[in-house]
Design a protein around this ligand. Structure first.
Ligand code: PEP
Ligand code: MN
Length: 337
């Protein structure tokens, strides 16, 4: 249920509504717009419905959220959310670049790439220490050692880090190092993991499953928010289609649809969406033009020797060149970089 206050509602009236809701054992999420305050009421539907929310002074209207996803729905906040990852805020007019290798491979590799992407304009460092690989015989990531290398790269560059957590049993360890947790496409419907990351207060980037609809993605995000963690970003990373010329089909339709359906920031990952290095820049630019709040890009200085996803990773000079073009597109659509 959402409560929308009148433009002339006083702070005291708003406080009284919030206090009363809390006294009933329900939770609130308060969003302050220029004219109105939207108070989201969180709790069991039947319990909320029996409360006289419309009777409070200062209330203009009370509306049920009719969508199956409630806390993530745009109406629930009535304004886009900002998510803070370390010192970086995603969800503002500034487009945020997340970049780094697919996998953390060594101290030298991650620190070299971190320094080069930071210099080019990336704000967040990515790198997998726990890797979800299609084959059990492929490189599975360095695990804890990889997290320690990421930590050192953060010390050197000041960039916050995003890294994947694949299993609830690793969450405590990954959470001790990460500034943002990544839930990979293959785990988008691992509901136990979604609930667990929902109990932390770390930002979480939830990647769309390769065979998941936009609604499925929103329902999965709802799991995280329903546990109390509202610091969630949604990532379009391509879906499986009948097309074989590219690894996946980057569904850019998802960007404006998500922007309309949810208050959560939207990230586009053109690297996995396309899977072929030479086509990544075009789709990165398209992602920004479509309205992405952030981009995630894989970068490797020796892609031919990369332990994963070398064929789709940009070389540092290609990333550098792309950043200049992203800036121009961002400015053309009223954003900045
Ligand atoms: C990744 O970002 O390295 C990754 C494995 O992505 P996805 O889960 O989208 O395949
Ligand atoms: Mn990858």
């Amino acid at each position: 249920m959402i409560i929308i206050t009148r433009p002339d509602a006083t702070e005291a009236q708003i406080e009284r509504i919030v206090d009363s809701v809390h006294q009933w054992g329900l939770k609130t999420e308060v969003s302050r717009g220029v004219l109105r305050v939207v108070i989201g009421v969180i709790g069991p539907e039947d319990k909320i419905r029996e409360k006289p929310l419309g009777a409070f002074p200062g209330v203009e209207s009370v509306m049920p959220v009719l969508k199956p996803y409630k806390l993530v729905s745009y109406e629930f906040r009535g304004t886009p959310s900002h998510v803070k990852i370390g010192p970086v805020t995603v969800g503002t007019p500034e487009v945020v670049l997340m970049a780094g290798p697919c996998s953390v491979e060594s101290y030298e590799q991650i620190t070299f790439i971190a320094k080069s992407v930071a210099k080019a304009g990336a704000k967040i460092l990515r790198g997998g220490a726990f890797k979800p690989r299609t084959s059990p015989y492929s490189f599975q990531g360095l695990g804890k050692v990889g997290l320690q290398f990421l930590h050192e790269a953060r010390e050197l560059t000041g960039m916050p880090i995003i890294t994947e957590v694949m299993d609830t049993k690793d969450l405590e360890l990954v959470a001790a190092y990460a500034d943002c947790l990544q839930i990979g496409a293959r785990n988008m419907q691992n509901f136990a993991l979604l609930r667990e990351v929902g109990r932390t207060n770390l930002p979480v980037m939830l990647k769309r499953g390769m065979a998941a609809s936009i609604k499925d993605l929103l329902m999965s995000a709802e799991y995280i928010l329903s546990e109390g963690n509202f610091n969630v970003l949604l990532c379009e990373r391509g879906i499986r289609t009948f097309e074989t010329m590219t690894r996946n089909t980057l569904d850019l339709n998802a960007v404006p649809v998500l922007k309309a359906e949810t208050h959560l920031p939207v990230v586009v990952d053109p690297t996995h969406g396309v899977g072929v290095r030479e086509f990544v820049p075009a789709m990165a630019l398209a992602g920004v033009a479509a309205g992405a709040d952030a981009l995630m890009l894989e970068v490797h200085h020796e892609p031919e020797r990369a332990k994963s996803d070398g064929e789709q990773s940009l070389r540092p000079h290609e990333f550098d060149d792309l950043v200049t073009r992203i800036r121009r597109v961002a400015e053309a659509v009223g954003r900045s970089l």
